[in-house]
Design a protein around this ligand. Structure first.
Ligand code: BG6
Length: 523
């Protein structure tokens, strides 16, 4: 069931009466616009809401992808009137939106803003919210279609879900829909994730639950599927006969100042590997789905996550670190233990690396190395598929001294694109082969800019298009993979290995690769 409408052609009226003046009737590539609906955000005063959600909503409106009567309701404890809320959204949009500010778009959008004051245990506040939503149906024509975005700590999911059920807000009547959007962390281990899923599913059926992993909203991540399955070139060599190993890196140069409340006790593995990196692994390793329907895509992802296990012994095959103060980009920065709000004896890891194996015929024997960290050398996310050396080199050893292994690198961000590395003859009278690269860059190949991940995901959710949202089985499988190493680290007396800010992590991460004669890439 989806309340989506095709974008009407020029001069035609859409189902909701809106006329799209720009649409070329021949152009089937334009995205669909959401049908009549509204979005309620819990945790509306938080960082995510201001930096990502509000700007994404404005950008969608600016691109003509929201219905004309769209409504945005904020729910929080602050003593705000609708106008105060509107001002907060305005500031967030001006500071963080991707597309230019257009007063006429803003004016129309802001007419649908409402604010409801209250705390999560306040029945009266949820009754007021129910009233507000019903009013919006009358005044804005939202038609009973509403999504609830839980941008709140998971500890608050149970009470909010219960309130949504008690006040009747979660009830779907007839063709109307009610959906819930949840942000990670989905639990802190398999058991807590299962408990959380059960609580959410008690109120919302699984098809109404949209779990956000914003990496799936990134163009470059979706491009992994295009690269693999739309081309003939790569798939024949995408297996253990040709691939030596895969490195998936998400490195950030920022520290954790201001995020202690969320991060201390959570750490890099739960924050990033459990979700983003295991999803990247799934996209890289999965079999071709029979179609790109959500069901087929998820079937293949689930199959591959089911086949992933960690390689041991963990003392040698994993690494964890914590940044200490140092010079980074010409600035002296603090170590984690000195960051505001962190326990000075914190054992929270800010760097984590693991070795995975994928137990399928395609991937048997090919290690998948996953690493992530804060305060590393620079911000970069990439998937590097490193190929085996040619079985025979008909050259003198000296001629190929500077030849490395062939590689295909998906540059997820920044500088989005794909790099291929291979050997080439150096000009001159000698036969000397050296590594060169061939690059595809989004910035030069396409004129249109990529939408922000949250734009894509919020729109898909409003359209009821579930492909880019992990189902609870995926979340649980990811915890099943990670739990053993989390338990192993928790049992160690020593904390994570220290590494200086601005470097590429602790020495143990290099040893972890050296044990099999490999090295991490320096992106
Ligand atoms: C979030 C993590 O999911 O992703 C953050 O919780 C991290 O710790 C962020 O900084 C990075 O997102 P992006 O899109 O900038 O790579």
């Amino acid at each position: 069931m989806s309340a989506s409408t095709e974008v009407p052609a020029t001069g035609e009226r859409g189902a909701d009466g809106w006329v799209n003046p720009l649409r070329d009737p021949q152009d089937r590539r334009l995205p669909r616009i959401a049908g009549p609906c509204g979005l309620v955000i819990f945790g509306v005063t938080g960082d995510l809401s201001r930096k990502k959600l509000m700007p994404a909503i404005y950008d969608l409106a600016n691109r003509g992808l929201l219905p004309p009567g769209f409504a945005l309701v904020g729910f929080a404890r602050r003593d705000w009137a609708d106008e105060d809320f509107s001002e907060v959204v305005h500031d967030a949009v001006r500071a963080h939106s991707r597309t230019p500010f257009r007063q006429e778009v803003w004016n129309k959008l802001a007419q649908g803003f409402r604010f409801v004051q209250g705390s999560f245990d306040d029945d009266a506040a949820f009754d007021r919210l129910e009233q507000t939503v019903a009013d919006l149906d009358r005044v804005r024509g939202t038609n009973g279609n509403h999504a609830f975005y839980l941008s709140i700590p998971p500890g608050a999911f149970p009470v909010v879900c219960k309130q949504l059920a008690r006040s009747g807000l979660s009830a779907q009547h007839g063709e109307q829909w009610r959906r819930v959007v949840i942000e990670k962390p989905f639990g802190h281990d398999l058991r807590s994730a299962m408990e959380l899923n059960a609580i959410v599913n008690e109120v919302f059926p699984e098809e109404s639950v949209f779990r956000i992993d914003h990496y799936l909203g990134k163009e470059t991540v979706q491009n992994v599927l295009a690269l693999r399955f739309a081309n003939q070139l790569f798939e024949p060599i995408w297996n253990s006969h040709y691939v030596d190993h895969v490195q998936i890196t998400m490195a950030e140069d920022i520290g954790l100042g201001g995020r202690a409340g969320y991060y201390d006790g959570i750490g890099a593995a739960r924050d990033v590997i459990q979700n983003h990196l295991l999803q990247l692994l799934a996209f890289t390793a999965m079999e071709e789905p029979t179609s790109f329907s959500a069901a087929e895509l998820r079937t293949e992802k689930i199959k591959i996550l089911n086949a992933v296990t960690l390689t041991g012994p963990f003392e040698e095959t994993t690494a964890r670190g914590q940044y200490t103060g140092g010079w980074q980009g010409g600035q002296l920065v603090r170590g984690l233990k000195e960051e505001a709000g962190f326990d000075p004896s914190s054992k929270t890891e800010t760097f984590a690396a693991i070795t995975c194996e994928v137990n399928t015929r395609r991937w048997a024997g090919v290690p998948f190395y996953l690493r992530t960290g804060k305060r590393l050398g620079r911000r970069v996310t990439e998937i590097a598929v490193i190929f085996k050396r040619a079985p025979h080199l008909p050259f003198d050893a000296t001629m190929t001294e500077e030849l490395g292994q062939n590689a295909l690198v998906v540059r997820v961000q920044p500088d989005e694109g794909v790099t291929m590395r291979f050997g080439s003859k150096v000009p001159g009278s000698q036969m000397e082969v050296r590594d060169v690269t061939m690059d595809f860059g989004y910035g030069t190949a396409f004129t249109e800019a990529s939408p922000e991940a949250y734009e894509r995901l919020i729109l898909d959710m409003l359209l009821g298009e579930p492909s880019l949202f992990p189902v609870n089985r995926e979340v649980e499988l990811a915890w099943r993979i990670l739990d053993p190493v989390l338990a192993h680290w928790a049992a160690q007396e020593d904390g994570p290995d220290p590494y200086h800010a601005g470097t590429w992590g602790p020495d143990s991460a290099n040893r972890m690769m050296a044990r099999t004669g490999r090295v991490w890439r320096r992106p």
